[in-house]
Design a protein around this ligand. Structure first.
Ligand code: ZN
Length: 146
C-alpha cells in the first residue's frame, strides 16, 4: 500500500501544480463560486451546456493542493457527462472521501482521494469543487462550505 500512496500523492501534486481546464469559459451558460473558509479555498466553476450535457467546463481560483487537484480532476471526470451522471459521480466521490466507498471501481482515477477519509478536515477541501459544480448545475450562484 505504501507504493499506492506514493502514486496517489504524485497524481495529486501533478494536478495541483498543473491544473487541467484551469481557465474561465467566456461562453459559459452556468457558473458558481464555492468557498471553503476553513481552509481558504475558493473556486469558480464554469459550464457550457448542450441540453443536459456538460460540453465544456473550466475553473479558476485558488486553494490548497487537495482542493485544486480535486477541482482539476473533477473537470476531467465530468466533461461530456450529463448533469445527472455528474451528480451520480459526486455521490460516489463523497462516499469515497468520507470513507464509505460503495462502488470505488466506478471512480477510476478519482480513487486517488481515498486517503482524504483519514483527515476529516480535508473532506471539505476535496469536495469543494464538486459542491460548486452541483451549485452551477442547479443555477445557484454561490455556496460556502461552513
Ligand atoms: Zn483546502
Amino acid at each position: 500500500m505504501a507504493d499506492l500512496k506514493a502514486l496517489y500523492q504524485e497524481v495529486i501534486l501533478d494536478h495541483s501544480k498543473n491544473p487541467r481546464n484551469f481557465h474561465s469559459l467566456p461562453d459559459a451558460d452556468r457558473t458558481a463560486v464555492g468557498r471553503n473558509p476553513l481552509c481558504g479555498d475558493q473556486f469558480t466553476v464554469y459550464l457550457r451546456m448542450d441540453g443536459d450535457t456538460i460540453v465544456d467546463i473550466g475553473f479558476e481560483g485558488q486553494g490548497c493542493a487537495i482542493s485544486k487537484s480535486s477541482a482539476s480532476m473533477m473537470t476531467q471526470a465530468v466533461k461530456g457527462k450529463t448533469g445527472v451522471e455528474a451528480e451520480g459521480l459526486f455521490d460516489r466521490f463523497h462516499e469515497l472521501v468520507t470513507g464509505k466507498p460503495a462502488e470505488p471501481e466506478a471512480l477510476g482515477k478519482l480513487a486517488v482521494f481515498s486517503g482524504v477519509s483519514e483527515f476529516p478536515i480535508r473532506v471539505k477541501c476535496a469536495s469543494l469543487a464538486w459542491h460548486t459544480l452541483k451549485a452551477a448545475l442547479e443555477a445557484k450562484g454561490a455556496i460556502s462550505m461552513e
